[in-house]
Design a protein around this ligand. Structure first.
Ligand SMILES: NC(=O)c1ccc[n+]([C@@H]2O[C@H](COP(=O)([O-])OP(=O)(O)OC[C@H]3O[C@@H](n4cnc5c(N)ncnc54)[C@H](O)[C@@H]3O)[C@@H](O)[C@H]2O)c1
Length: 420
């Protein structure tokens, strides 16, 4: 059975598909017909979106991927034409490339996920997104929402049946869904741990069950307080005490890495792990503690840019488009299987200097101010002074290097924030 919900409804309808899924789980007990009826009725009652249920388990079960994809595409095109007169046609030319894949992106409505999905669609792939919209949004998918090769599911990666349905039919998986952001992690550590460990466990288990190649998004946070910059993939982690909830994010992602590598070692599952360093660009939200969008928003309002701590801490900021290219290229090479890769820029800049650059780009009259971590987060936060990747491994494996200078990225973020 295939469950698709395309993102053509306003965001205020969004909590509803949760109830659809919950009732669907209940209806599981009553059998297939009940499941379809419950889901269809609820979706039509509450949302402008439609839920298309097709009992196609048998149809897909015996088909090759190519035929399954064709079948999925024609079915979706039919339903889009039939129900939504204002839909645009697919924006790409018909697929002839045998490398075209059917791809699952978890967290595809998030900042990095939405850029990845956009690029995959441009390359002609069929993409299914599972996202619970906790930190992501449909606004991020605005420019591709009517794409005929995009399937969006408002769901949670901790829903095993839902994940299985999509993993089974895909060729590969980009697993990006996670609880992210210093503020969110500090305020809701239980959610962070449960999502990042429990969710990844389910996605990996399903990937292994159906033998699907998977990219896991990890983070530079796993290096913790290490001062051995530049960080190399085989370096030790130096994490803080469990008394500080911020380390729960690093630990949860480290467990994901262990699990991914264990699946590779034990079962030969093709797992590629990317340790992403600070990634920035349009669509990143400042709501959960990301520095660049918050700086730009303050600057555009001519308010003082709030620098947490001394401002002497440094970071390396990489353009999301460059990161996405690296991630996609890693998935295309056999050499990456079972390995961890740092993905990030090596251009170091202090947070104080970043604030100055933002002021230059925006012409802000607001100036800067310093705020303690205690005042900013309501508790003390352990921060690391430097976070610089060694990118030799990714560069040697796929020849990847970041291309976009910080100045250019800041201009893009400013334009995006102005247009909101
Ligand atoms: N942005 C960065 O600088 C950075 C750095 C290191 C690692 N990463 C990693 O990259 C990935 C994407 O990060 P991002 O910056 O795009 O963050 P994001 O918050 O924009 O994206 C995460 C997405 O996952 C979704 N999500 C969260 N919990 C979910 C769940 N249980 N089920 C389904 N969907 C769920 C969110 O709604 C969101 O759309 C994450 O795994 C993150 O850990 C990001």
């Amino acid at each position: 059975m295939k469950h698709t919900w395309t993102p053509n409804c306003p965001t205020y309808f969004l909590p509803v598909p949760y109830s659809v899924l919950s009732l669907l789980s209940l209806a599981n007990v009553a059998g297939k017909d009940a499941r379809c009826t419950v889901a269809l009725k609820l979706s039509y009652w509450y949302t402008d979106a439609y839920v298309e249920f097709v009992d196609n388990e048998n149809e897909w079960g015996g088909l090759s991927h190519g035929r399954a994809r064709d079948s999925m595409r024609s079915r979706r095109a039919r339903s889009l034409r039939g129900r939504r007169g204002n839909r645009q046609p697919a924006t790409h030319s018909p697929k002839k490339n045998p490398l075209i894949m059917n791809i699952l992106v978890t967290g595809g409505a998030g900042f990095i996920g939405s850029h990845l999905v956009g690029k995959l669609l441009v390359e002609g792939h069929q993409v299914a997104i599972i996202d619970n919209l906790s930190t992501g949004s449909l606004e991020n998918l605005q420019s591709i929402r009517d794409h005929a090769d995009l399937t969006f599911v408002h769901g949670d990666i901790r829903e095993g049946d839902l994940v299985q349905m999509f993993v089974k039919e895909c060729d590969c998986i980009f697993h990006l869904a996670a609880a992210v952001g210093v503020r969110l992690i500090a305020e809701d550590p239980v959610h962070t741990i449960e999502t990042n460990i429990g969710g990844t466990e389910i996605v990996l288990k399903k990937a292994n069950r159906f033998g699907k190649k998977i990219f896991l998004a990890s983070t530079s946070e796993v290096y913790g307080k290490s001062e051995a910059v530049p960080f190399r993939e085989e370096d030790d982690f130096v994490l803080g005490s469990t008394a500080f909830s911020r380390w729960s994010y690093a630990c949860s992602k480290a467990i994901d890495e262990f699990l991914g590598q264990a699946y590779f070692e034990q079962y030969g599952l093709n797992v590629v792990i990317g340790r992403l360093f600070n990634t920035i660009g349009p669509r990143q939200t400042g709501r959960y503690g990301m520095v660049v969008p918050r700086f730009v928003q303050w600057a555009l309002r001519d308010e003082p840019i709030q620098i947490y701590g001394t401002g002497r801490q440094t970071r390396c900021f990489c353009y999301v488009g460059d990161v996405v290219e690296g991630v996609m290229a890693l998935m295309l090479t056999k050499k990456a299987a079972g390995k961890v890769f740092n993905i990030g820029s090596t251009d170091e800049i202090s947070i104080e200097q970043l604030a100055d650059r933002v002021i230059e780009v925006t012409g802000s009259q607001g100036g800067k101010t310093h705020v303690s971590y205690q005042d900013a987060y309501g508790r003390s936060i352990e921060d690391m002074m430097r976070r610089v990747p060694c990118t030799d491994r990714i560069s040697e494996t796929i020849g990847w290097e970041p291309k976009t200078p910080l100045e250019e990225i800041l201009k893009m973020v400013v334009e995006y924030e102005k247009g909101r």
